[in-house]
Design a protein. Structure first.
Length: 259
């Protein structure tokens, strides 16, 4: 099914990137020749989105908007409208996504976490859209991770075998650790979500780390029987930490930023 809107939560404080992020919002940290946020907007545009809602904190809104509008639209992004929305308080990823509820309204949407960039030529959003052919099912991008990641990511509850890369899911647990992990299939930061998630988020209480977790709302979608996963071939590039940024810069600098 075709998806015309993307939500890009980018309001994190960038604590892993201090002191670079004392003044510069983390979404505007440069990777090769463009700010990190531009990669996600380009990825959403390639997948057919006409609107990218970027969730920012109060200080970053006008800078992000300016980047996409100053001197006219960026080449290749003429068909996508970038709209910042402010997350008033840093209460977690689920809370950040719900800041976009009014703008998204009743449309299914892509959600792209801004700490990660897809590798050139390895887009994952089209496969998520393809997996939700009924329009009522949310589809998670997954990777199989080793046990050391069980405290770092969200992990899902498989309820079927994998067929053509897809599987049915019955829920998800945020940062479960080895004792509570339902599987080794982890959420990599690319989602296709149905608008049903907004009403669930409204009722979601703080979970892991005391934050309102997107994974807890995803868990509820699974319990309602409207959740699938798709297993990606490759990992995304992490630009939220200095070591990840060096690696991503090297990879994108060598292979070319325009995938
Ligand atoms: C977030 C999500 C988590 C996901 C991860 C992917 O965690 O909450 O479910 O696996 O992104 O990068 P964070 O990195 O914000 O701790």
């Amino acid at each position: 099914m075709s998806i015309d809107v993307a939500v890009i939560p980018a309001a994190g404080r960038g604590t892993r990137m201090r002191p670079a992020t004392r003044v510069v919002p983390k979404a505007l940290i440069t990777v090769v020749d463009r700010p990190a946020i531009q990669y996600m907007v380009e990825e959403a545009a390639r997948a057919g989105a006409k609107e990218a809602i970027v969730v920012v904190d109060l200080d970053a809104g006008h800078l992000v908007a300016q980047h996409f509008s100053i001197e006219g639209p960026l080449p290749g992004l003429e068909d996508i409208r970038v709209r910042p929305v402010v997350q008033e308080e840093p209460l977690g990823l689920g809370h950040a996504v719900s800041a976009a509820a009014e703008m998204v309204a009743d449309r299914p949407f892509f959600c792209l976490l801004s700490d990660n960039i897809v590798r050139p030529g390895q887009d994952v959003l089209p496969a998520l859209a393809e997996g939700s052919n009924d329009g009522a099912t949310s589809v998670m991008c997954l990777r199989e991770y080793s046990d050391e990641y069980l405290t770092k990511y969200g992990f899902v509850v498989p309820t079927s075998d994998v067929k053509d890369g897809y599987l049915d899911l019955g829920g998800a647990v945020e940062k479960p650790g080895p004792d509570n992990a339902p599987s080794n299939y982890g959420l990599v930061g690319r989602y296709l979500l149905t608008p049903e998630v907004f009403s669930i988020l409204e009722k979601t209480s703080p979970g892991a780390l005391g934050e309102i977790q997107l994974t807890d709302a995803i868990d509820e979608l699974g319990k309602r029987g409207r959740l699938k996963g798709w297993i990606a071939d490759t990992d995304l590039l992490d630009v939220g930490s200095p070591a990840g940024l060096v690696h991503a810069t090297q990879e994108l600098g060598t292979r070319g930023v325009d995938s």
